[in-house]
Design a binder for this molecule. Structure first.
Ligand SMILES: [Zn+2]
Length: 470
């Protein structure tokens, strides 16, 4: 029923029931649809191991996280395919294809940003659809804002590492060529690099790291990507103070570090998970020898974090900016990125601090959803990660033989006085791998009524677009 026809019915009822017309008019105002919002919070790599490790450390084993109090809890099956048309399933994802699934509803291949596997066609994202329908949109991340998760919500390109115009012809790492995005150059009919696409997108708020990706010259211009953002109406911020003083009359691009924002916590003196020291006496017997596990360590504040804006501070600014004088509503994606990145680096304290940041941002989202009850709050992860919570002393320690992990292990002193061990053993390389299990899903009361307890990842797109009536 349209607002006018609802008003007509109310006026008719007011007359029929002899109510004063002024009361009927007030009622009509009260029944006007309130703004509809979606706040999607993604814990990158935040699987149940990460949540349990963080709960044990932050709240104690019998404690409760904010996540645990969410009224809806379910699981999400992650889907990934090979990079060809009709490609077979792959059972382990990356952040590019998973964020693309959530942002577009389309299953694609690893490394792709909202483009189709094999055929490289751009797919419309929820940010584009919501903006076209009059909603405001925003992205917040503790990674570079050009990193795969935020990128997939507002850009389309074949390769996630084409984050700025200087790398479109060749992306390399330690002189190893990794790929290119020549087909997506503007000169070739594409949208250009991820940074260029973000500043030319309809986004109202973009907050996170990644200054270095906005410094290169924009394709076909004599100006940097950052200058292009200012041309397109973005105010820019580079410090927590500037974030606080943001002008809500302009769009906002806040970049608070050259690349990924520093994490909040680290291992004692920067320690990571380490290999056990093993001396086997093969010459005596295959099963004789000694094992020394790494020393127990504390987590401590990361001195590099300094005045970096917290994920909560960025989320609060984004919500305030997107909701100010806005009767339609908004879509906001918030990512706690380094749960994943710290896990790649075997840094459990880094991951714990990032779950804590996600918890604080979630509190902001839930507080706002009480002010505007048509706010769907969803928390999920994109894929699972390498970290495993293992016994700090082997369950088989009583056997008179050396038993140890073939991977690396951190033994962490918890505030409640116990020792928690986190193990990483997915490879022998400098970086751990992702893993392929279901990821967790949480939602507020709005979500409890509309989200089944088990879904496939692309279904999140439909759940959010339906809530916004797209
Ligand atoms: Zn990762």
């Amino acid at each position: 029923m349209t607002r006018m026809s609802r008003l007509s019915v109310l006026l008719y009822l007011a007359c029929a029931l002899s109510l004063p017309a002024v009361v009927a008019a007030q009622d009509a105002d009260n029944t006007r649809e309130s703004p509809r919002n979606v706040i999607l919070i993604i814990g990158d790599g935040m699987d149940d191991h990460q949540i349990t490790i963080a709960r044990n450390y932050l709240k104690g084993a019998a404690g409760t996280l904010q996540l645990d109090a969410m009224p809806m809890r379910g699981a999400v099956q992650v889907l990934t395919i090979e990079d060809k048309v009709g490609g077979k399933p792959l059972y382990v994802a990356d952040s590019a294809n998973t964020a693309s699934s959530i942002a577009t509803g389309v299953v694609t291949s690893r490394g792709r940003i909202s483009t189709t596997a094999g055929s490289d066609e751009p797919v419309p994202t929820i940010v584009e659809l919501a903006s076209a329908a009059g909603y405001r949109t925003g992205l917040v991340s503790t990674a570079s804002v050009t990193d795969a998760t935020p990128a997939a919500f507002a850009s389309q390109i074949n390769f996630r590492l084409c984050e700025n115009p200087a790398v479109m012809h060749e992306v390399s790492y330690s002189d190893i060529p990794l790929g290119n995005c020549i087909d997506h150059l503007k000169a070739n009919g594409g949208g250009g690099s991820i940074a260029e696409q973000l500043v030319e997108s309809p986004l109202h708020v973009i907050l996170g790291g990644g200054q270095k990706h906005f410094a290169p010259q924009a394709e076909g211009k004599s100006r940097s990507v950052l200058a292009l953002a200012q041309d397109n109406g973005f105010a820019t911020a580079t410090s927590a103070d500037q974030l606080q003083q943001a002008d809500f009359n302009k769009k906002l691009l806040g970049l608070f570090a050259p690349s990924t924002l520093p994490v909040r916590m680290r291992g004692q003196n920067g320690r990571e998970a380490e290999s056990p020291e093993v001396s086997l006496l093969h010459q005596v017997h295959d099963y004789l020898g000694e094992v020394t596990l790494p020393e127990v360590m504390r987590c401590e504040p990361n001195p590099e974090f300094g005045n970096t804006p917290t994920l909560k501070a960025m989320t609060d600014t984004a919500i305030a900016h997107l909701s100010a004088n806005n009767s339609r509503g908004f879509f906001l994606m918030v990512e706690s990125a380094s749960i994943d990145k710290a896990s790649h680096q075997r840094r459990p304290c880094g991951s714990i601090g990032e779950v804590q940041q996600l918890e604080e941002a979630l509190q902001s989202a839930l507080d706002f959803s009480r002010e505007q009850p048509n706010t769907l709050v969803i928390v999920t992860a994109d894929h699972t990660q390498a970290a495993q919570l293992v016994p700090q002393e082997s369950l088989y320690a009583d056997f008179p033989i050396p038993i140890y992990t073939p991977g690396k292990i951190a033994r962490i002193q918890t505030p409640e006085g116990s020792v928690m061990a986190v193990n990483y053993a997915t490879n022998n390389f400098a970086m751990e791998e992702h893993t392929g299990a279901n990821v967790p899903l949480f939602a507020n009361e709005v979500g409890r009524d509309i989200i089944p307890p088990f879904i496939q990842q692309p279904q999140l797109f439909g759940i959010m677009t339906r809530h916004l009536g797209l």
